[in-house]
Design a protein around this ligand. Structure first.
Ligand SMILES: [Zn+2]
Length: 487
């Protein structure tokens, strides 16, 4: 459902219009945000109409359902592809010329993808890009992933993305991913999300035996190498002739037709298995794994579904491996995106295609890079300099990290105007100097000589097994993306 967000100054008119048209109104303070001290401004919930609150809660429901399925880049691509097909998006193939109003999707190796919406202007005049990442911090199985110790079969893992190791013990983990046999056939693995599935877990020491452990620095309480979830326990078979490790290999062979060597050509992730839940009596917050950055992926997918012939052709990019620095062929540092733009331009120009026309099209494009960022934590507000800190429920935030990372003032002004015109609540973010940090995929777009601005949404407990977002912010991001693309 489309929300009519309205800035403070337009609130009265909006309210009247809302009443007259039976539409949704949302008076917010966004337009005045730059004038007020953060923390003193009102939350987007403060003056929201009942209809807006309901819309945010409804959006939260579909968001949670998406997060439950979309646990890794593979399952996220599958979920976005399925949703796009249901919305009438067709698979784009090289050579297909994009016309105004056309809706396509294109998948990169099952691990990254793009939604493409044809704009009124030719691709040669530039496009709009909205980029987010679909990988989240997690544990991953090594190539020789099963070991045994003290009668247990244990997974040998590595980690993806920055984590506090001790937070990944004693939580239910699901095993999700793909194993490719030597003949090229794939086996999809998805164990631990259904209520009657088994789960996996790293058992931590109990307080009784942790006296030495508790003296350690938080960084060393659980070593990364010691995050070994239990895969099975005890001997199996007659007279216990199969120790746990051997039994796991037999289990994989008989249930999945998998040999130990097949695990070398596998991408298996252990991710928190908990269902996304509402947090708090008022159900305004979503507590769920994977919101970094599937919050932005979901909001941009939903924004794409509402688009109909925007001014410029729009590419909604979903990239992999941001948590490792945008690496590999499905990460944002690969040439996937410029290759796609080149193909779209070639399909448009045919034999008139020339390399400078491609670079001019990039120069005429505008990009929005989105990644969630830490919102002010009520237990530790001192981690922020509060004048420039983002608050949950106050809308999307423009990242102003400084030191050369910001978009230029013209691009920020253009974006600010787009948000204000649509009445989307927004705020700004600058980390406490020298005390925090974090990268995004924006630099990969800027590298292409595309004007790029970084957005985020404030989230609590990022990179932990369960992060917390505000439903109003998730909906605001969807509308901010629409505003950026249609301005
Ligand atoms: Zn992220």
């Amino acid at each position: 459902m489309k929300i009519v967000w309205r800035s403070h100054t337009k609130a009265k008119t909006a309210l009247m219009l809302g009443v007259m048209l039976g539409g949704l109104t949302h008076p917010s303070l966004s337009a005045d945000k730059a004038d007020c001290t953060q923390g003193a401004c009102e939350s987007a919930w403060a003056n929201a109409s009942m209809a807006t609150k309901k819309a945010a809660n409804d959006f939260g429901e579909s968001y949670k359902a998406f997060l439950h399925k979309a646990r890794t880049e593979l399952t996220t691509v599958a979920a976005i592809r399925e949703a796009a097909q249901q919305k009438g998006f067709k698979e784009w193939a090289p050579g297909t010329r994009i016309k105004a109003g056309d809706r396509y999707f294109h998948v990169n190796r099952d691990r990254a993808m793009a939604l493409i919406i044809g704009g009124s202007a030719p691709v040669a005049e530039g496009i709009r890009i909205v980029a987010s990442h679909i990988d989240s911090p997690r544990l991953e199985l090594k190539g020789r992933p099963i070991d045994s110790n003290q009668g247990f079969a244990l997974f040998q893992t590595n980690y993806h993305g920055g984590i506090k190791t001790y937070q990944w013990t004693n939580i239910p983990l699901a095993l999700i991913g793909r194993i490719t046999r030597r003949d090229g056939s794939n086996v999809e693995i998805n164990i631990g999300l259904k209520d009657d599935d088994p789960i996996f877990m790293v058992p931590d020491l109990s307080p009784h035996t942790a006296r030495d452990q508790m003296k350690k620095n938080a960084r060393d309480v659980v070593a990364h190498e010691d995050l070994d979830p239990v895969a099975a326990h005890g001997p199996h078979g007659e007279e216990g002739k199969f120790p746990a490790q051997q039994w796991v290999f037999r289990f994989l062979r008989s249930n999945y037709n998998i040999e130990p060597a097949d695990l070398v050509s596998a991408e298996l992730a252990l991710v928190p298995a908990m269902k996304p839940r509402d947090l708090g009596f008022d159900r305004r917050l979503v507590a769920a794994y994977g919101q970094d950055d599937r919050l932005a992926a979901y909001a941009s997918m939903e924004a794409a579904f509402t688009l109909d012939a925007p001014p410029q052709t729009t590419v909604i990019q979903f990239a992999d491996n941001e948590e490792s620095g945008n690496v590999n062929v499905s990460g944002a540092s690969s040439t996937y995106l410029p290759d796609l733009v080149g193909e779209l331009l070639f399909a448009e120009l045919g034999n008139n295609y020339r390399q400078p026309l491609f670079t001019r099209a990039l120069r005429a494009s505008k990009a929005l890079s989105i990644d969630v960022n830490p919102g002010v934590n009520p237990m530790n507000p001192g981690a922020w300099e509060l004048t420039n800190a983002p608050l949950l429920g106050y809308g999307v935030n423009i990242k102003l990290y400084g030191r050369g990372f910001n978009a230029n003032s013209e691009h920020i002004a253009w974006t600010r105007a787009a948000l204000d015109e649509a009445g989307v609540p927004w705020q700004t973010t600058t980390y406490k100097v020298g005390r925090a940090g974090g990268g995004t995929l924006g630099k990969e777009l800027a590298k292409l000589n595309i004007d790029t601005i970084d957005f985020g949404v404030p989230v609590l407990s990022i990179h932990t097994p369960v992060a917390v977002s505000d439903k109003m912010d998730v909906m605001a991001l969807r509308d901010a993306i629409t505003a950026f693309v249609t301005h």
